[in-house]
Write a protein that binds this ligand. Structure first.
Ligand SMILES: NC(=O)c1ccc[n+]([C@@H]2O[C@H](COP(=O)([O-])OP(=O)(O)OC[C@H]3O[C@@H](n4cnc5c(N)ncnc54)[C@H](OP(=O)(O)O)[C@@H]3O)[C@@H](O)[C@H]2O)c1
Length: 330
């Protein structure tokens, strides 16, 4: 089969397309013929040794995707040849070979069914970012009815998922972006207020627009210089779900901002849900999206050969998920 190989921690630009042996399923595993694979900033982090996973080389990146079952290991009874399956967020593409290949071996317990009636591409774009967004939105317990939820990096995979889910949950959403051109797309995803986080006065302008109301929950995908302003927008007992840090470290932060309003900051780790817990969380996500007739958002699907173009698109800031499509395996 064809696979994009990473030979060391020299960045994604050193990926090379090679011919390697097909995987064969161990006990409890199935092999999927990959159709769509999703890209994530974590792939680029791992390729630069900026991620906890330290796989053996050569390694195949790719944390998620959709494929059809083409081989079944002993002890697997829940899946049949030819069925389409989705991959849960977990060790795929981190400590074991991932989906930037024509085939991938996955423990059967880490597979999810394609939701009924869903487009296959949209389904492929779903589990990783929607489960991350779901954890970020729910980890502090139920929010008040009509709560205000602020999302940074709102146009990306996790951001667009968070906007959609928060709107579906009845929350009022605020999208932060670096690009005014993305405003119409963000509005269509459910954003009530859209602010450009590169403008110095965005937090003041938001407070004016909220006319005395404050943010209940911030879902932060970027960190960096705007983090202190994000904290500043929170009301009493407000919380921040820290998902990512695309804008780098937070330069200065006064913890006194936390205690007067009893604010809480907590990390999100989608992989901390076990394969046993994940299907129930995924069902809640699917039910919510189905109720409001929404499906995951795709920015662009590139052919397998254009994986570097796809990573360039991810780095510039997509609207939804960036994916690659694999050619059929021989
Ligand atoms: N904790 C977890 O379990 C978990 C799970 C999944 C992902 N993550 C992390 O969450 C973060 C977001 O992931 P994603 O898949 O949504 O990424 P993504 O699809 O690349 O989108 C991120 C969005 O953030 C904005 N952005 C990108 N670079 C930025 C920068 N330097 N400064 C400010 N904004 C920037 C862009 O929006 P604009 O162009 O509109 O500004 C972009 O569309 C990443 O750090 C990822 O590693 C964590």
């Amino acid at each position: 089969m064809k696979a994009w190989l990473l030979d060391g921690y020299n960045g994604i630009t050193t990926l090379r397309l090679a011919e390697v042996a097909d995987p064969s399923p161990k006990a409890g595993e199935v092999v999927l013929e990959v159709r769509y694979a999703g890209l994530n900033p974590a792939d680029a982090y791992l390729a630069q040794k900026l991620y906890p996973a330290k796989p053996a080389f050569p390694h195949v990146l790719g944390r998620e995707g959709l494929g059809s079952v083409c081989a079944i290991g002993t002890g697997v009874t829940a899946w049949n040849i030819g069925e389409q399956a989705l991959i849960m967020p977990g060790d795929t593409g981190a400590n074991r070979w991932g989906t930037f290949a024509q085939k991938v071996a996955i423990p059967a317990i880490e597979l999810l069914r394609v939701p009924t009636g869903w487009d296959l591409k949209a389904a492929a774009a779903g589990p990783l970012v929607y489960l991350t967004a779901w954890q970020a939105l729910t980890q502090w317990g139920p929010l008040p009815q009509g709560a205000i939820v602020l999302v940074t990096g709102a146009s990306g995979g996790v951001g667009s998922a968070t906007l959609q889910l928060a709107a579906a949950m009845g929350h009022e959403t605020i999208a932060l972006t670096r690009s005014d051109a993305k405003a119409p797309a963000l509005r269509s995803l459910g954003a009530r207020f859209i602010l450009n986080c590169t403008s110095k006065g965005w937090a003041k302008s938001l407070k004016e627009q909220l006319a005395g109301r404050r943010v209940h929950l911030a879902v932060d995908n970027v960190g960096g210089e705007i983090f202190a302003d994000v904290i500043d927008t929170l009301g009493m007992n407000g919380a921040v779900s820290v998902v990512g840090r695309l804008a780098g470290p937070v330069p200065e932060f006064n913890t006194a901002m936390l205690f007067f309003r009893r604010l809480r900051i907590g990390g999100v780790a989608v992989g901390s849900w076990s394969p046993q817990e994940m299907p129930a969380q995924w069902k809640q996500v699917v039910d919510l999206l189905d109720r409001c007739h929404r499906q995951p958002i795709i920015d662009h699907i590139y052919p397998c050969a254009d994986v570097l173009k796809a990573f360039a698109r991810l780095a510039e800031g997509p609207i939804g998920k960036v994916m690659i499509e694999m050619p059929p395996a021989p």
